[in-house]
Write a protein that binds this ligand. Structure first.
Ligand code: SF4
Length: 238
C-alpha cells in the first residue's frame, strides 16, 4: 500500500478536480430546517431525491414539527410516504425518532454524531447529512455513489460504509468533507455510474486508477512523477 502522504496527495488531486467540475454541488433534498432534512433523509433510503421532494411538501405541511410527527397516526403517515418505498419501516422510524427528539432533546434535532446516531432510522450516513448540511459540522456521507467512486478512485478498498468513511476522513481535509460528499454524489449520478462508468468521457481519467472498472479505456495519460533516484514511478501501480 502507498504511504499516507502519497495517498493524501492523490486525494487532494481528486478534491481539486471535483471542485472544478462541481463548484456548486449541494444536497438535492428540499428542506427548510434540520427536522425537515432529517425526515427527508430517512425517506431517501432506497428512493430517489426527486421522489422524496414530491412527497415532502404535503408531509411538512401536515406535520410541522417533531411533536406533530411523534403523535402521527402510523397508517396516515404510511399513506403519505408510500411512494418512497419501505414505507412501513420508514413511518415507524420517523414516529419513534421524533418521539425521542421530543423526549430527550426538547423537540430540537441534536447537532452531534453521538446524539444523532442512536435515533431510530438514523445511521452514520443520515447523521453526517444532517451535521454537514443543517449544522455546518463537516461530515462525510458514504452512500452508494461515494462508496463506489472511492473504490474506483483508489481512495479505499473497503466495502463497509463505516470503513470507507474512516479511510476518507484520513485522506480528505476536514473542511472539505461535506462538499466532497456532494461532489462525489454528483459525479456518481452524472458520469461514473454503477453499471457503466463512462471513463472515456470523464475528466478524472487523468488521475483515476479506475480500480475494478472492466471496460476502462487503456490509460495513455497515466500520471508520472520522478522520485529521488530519478526513476519514474506511477501513482497507482502496486
Ligand atoms: S475515470 Fe472512470 S472510474 Fe474514474 S471516476 Fe471517471 S468514470 Fe469513474
Amino acid at each position: 500500500m502507498k504511504s499516507l502522504s502519497i495517498r493524501r496527495a492523490h486525494a487532494r488531486r481528486v478534491v481539486r478536480e471535483l471542485t472544478k467540475l462541481y463548484p456548486d454541488a449541494h444536497c438535492a433534498l428540499d428542506y427548510q430546517n434540520s427536522l425537515q432534512l432529517l425526515i427527508a433523509t430517512i425517506l431517501s433510503a432506497q428512493c430517489t431525491d426527486v421522489r422524496v421532494n414530491m412527497v415532502t411538501p404535503a408531509l411538512f405541511a401536515r406535520y410541522p414539527d417533531a411533536a406533530a410527527f411523534a403523535q402521527a397516526n402510523q397508517a396516515d403517515l404510511e399513506r403519505m410516504i408510500q411512494s418512497t418505498g419501505f414505507f412501513r419501516t420508514k413511518a415507524k422510524n420517523i414516529i419513534a425518532c421524533c418521539k425521542l427528539i421530543v423526549e430527550k432533546h426538547g423537540g430540537k434535532v441534536p447537532a452531534t454524531m453521538e446524539e444523532l446516531n442512536p435515533l431510530p432510522g438514523v445511521g452514520r450516513k443520515t447523521a453526517n447529512v444532517i451535521l454537514g448540511n443543517a449544522f455546518d459540522v463537516p461530515g462525510i456521507t458514504v452512500d452508494t455513489h461515494v462508496g463506489r467512486l472511492s473504490r474506483r478512485l483508489g481512495l479505499t478498498v473497503e466495502e463497509d460504509p463505516a470503513k470507507v468513511e474512516r479511510d476518507l476522513m484520513e485522506l480528505i481535509p476536514r473542511k472539505e468533507w461535506t462538499m466532497f460528499s456532494h461532489r462525489m454524489i454528483f459525479h456518481g449520478r452524472q458520469v461514473c455510474h454503477a453499471r457503466k462508468s463512462n471513463c472515456e468521457h470523464c475528466t478524472l481519467i487523468k488521475i483515476c486508477p479506475c480500480i475494478g472498472v472492466e471496460d476502462a479505456p487503456a490509460r495513455i495519460t497515466r500520471p508520472k512523477k520522478v522520485n529521488a533516484a530519478n526513476k519514474p514511478e506511477t501513482m497507482f501501480e502496486e
